[in-house]
Design a protein around this ligand. Sequence first.
Ligand code: NOJ
Ligand code: CA
Length: 680
Amino acid sequence: MRISALLLLAFSSVSVAKTASIASPNGNITISLSDELSTPSYSINFKNKTVIDNSALGFAFKQQAPFSEGFKITNTQQQSVNSQWQQPWGERTTVTDHHNEIAVTFSKADPHGGTYTVRVRAFNNGVGFRYEVPAQAGFENIAITKELTEFAIAGADNATAWWIPARGWNRYEYVYNTTPLQDAALVHTPFTFKNQDGVHLSIHEAALVDYAGMVLNQRRPGVFQADLTPWSDGIAVKKHGAFNTPWRTIQIAEKAVDLINSDIILNLNEPNKLGDVSWVKPGKYVGIWWGMHINTHTWGSGEKHGATTEHTKYYMDFAAEYGFDGVLVEGWNTGWDGDWFFNGDVFSFTQAYDDFDIDALAKYGKQHGVQLIGHHETSGNVTNYRNQMADAFALYEKSNVSQVKTGYVADGGNIKRIDQQGIARHEWHDSQFMVNEYLYNVTLAAKHKISINTHEPIKDTGLRRTYPNWITREGARGQEFNAWGTPPNPPEHIAMLAFTRMLAGPMDFTPGIFDLSFNGLGAETNRPQTTLAKQLALYVVLYSPIQMAADLPKNYLAKPDAFQFIQDVPTDWQQSIALDGEVGDFIVFARKERKRDKYTGNDWYLGAVTDEHARTIEVKLDFLEPGKQFEAHIYQDGKHAEWKNKPYDLNIEKRLVTANDKLTLKLATSGGTAIRFKAI
Ligand code: NOJ
Ligand code: CA
């Protein structure tokens, strides 16, 4: 009798199908979770139209039965948040976090079958959801073989997507493709696309910690499956006890620029865990770098060695004179001779080449108010780096270095780690192993008050909020591809990055190449495929709290008028607005300066870039404070400018403007406009 009563209870709880929904504060977006299909699922509506069809939720494990069939909604809980928080540095000082949340618990009738919660946050411009798996009997050791999360795109037939391939040898460093959505097979996030109704969406993730990176696999037309990058043993994620996944994010916007004018990724990250981070300093830098990429210098020792004491002093003098904060020096440490791409296990991170005197340079820098910026290239030999990391940061701290650029040059899937048995394993840059390795590096650096600029990184998922010393990173094709890439970055590259890679966070693109024909060959060879004005506009368009002036000092000295803009432009902002643009075509930004260590500053800046098409863009200046006068310093493509044959034709003019004015920007082919609005 007792037994049958229990069974009845269980039966009734599994037989009642349920849907739980939550809407965004403005009501435009609704996300619904359901147990009505054979597996738990979700769907999303935008303005009463489905944008994500029923899509599966759940996991498959190596040992336990999957979290899929037989799970029913057993609890829901809601809350609303409307709060603000401040960034120590960023695109804007104050970030608003306004969302409605629902936490939906799914459980199996069988008490040992498992339980998990999907926490969903609906913002006005998108949603985020994550899995929360509590500690429970039978799930002490978990090996996730697959996350079952799907993204079923509604109206995929006539959708257009902008994407780079995942699991490739070149990590995130690919030219972006524009294709029908159905041709995007296995892609990285942020994955941006426009559906048949012209709605722009972008799928990404936030707070990727101790978990595998997610790429998207189009398994059936329009249906993308979360595909977790595995360890070398094939397991996707290893966990012990309770855990939360990263947030799966779907940004939704009518206008392309509203994908950019969104703080979802940051809002879904945890607050700052480092306490006082006044030692993390935005700024501008120069460095012994471009010369190696265009072969005037070498990383390795010998006649053309770039990282000599003398050469560094020359850069420090230049930096001091023109207001740069730091000098990056690559190739200062032993290990670069021979084929450093493949022999990274011989890198020393403390032993300098004989012609590089780190103590003398630390002192020289101090006298001149310029810091040395450190460099740790690992060539993907992460155990070699891990073994030396503490000493390496201690040496840099002692040498007054507060920023280190790291590098993980290695083919995708070919990061070399030596396991506890001494066996070499080969891992992906976006595996759980490497996600942890990158964060270990950043948190150890924090103990030495050092900020990290990661090259060949894991993609950005907004962890700068939690660890503000993770100051910037690469994670896309940067300027270096214009020196030696096949092909170099195409004219549309920047207008593509703005709506894809840059949705993730800051990028160390290294703008500002002034000598656009360094190899003396024609337009179709390696060179930045831009005008000079566009190189200036990059400082406003591509956000990074540290920006390099990447060219050789002599090339800046040869064009002092254009160089003035690089001297003036800040790297930290009180506010940023993407004003106008279309993915891969053009983008216009306005940003308001934020002076160092203060929340003040009155100048505004504008940056606009176009693809291979020349274009005229009208910009209303209504972002400026009304009633105030500004002296606009305008750097724009000249009358005859076009990127191939007349890239240097640049017009610089000054004129008074107010918020009531409109400007007509004339951009040449692959051209740009950069403006400083100086408050007067
Ligand atoms: C690749 C980085 O992106 C580049 O900036 C650096 O110069 C080389 N690796 C060498 O570390
Ligand atoms: Ca790189």
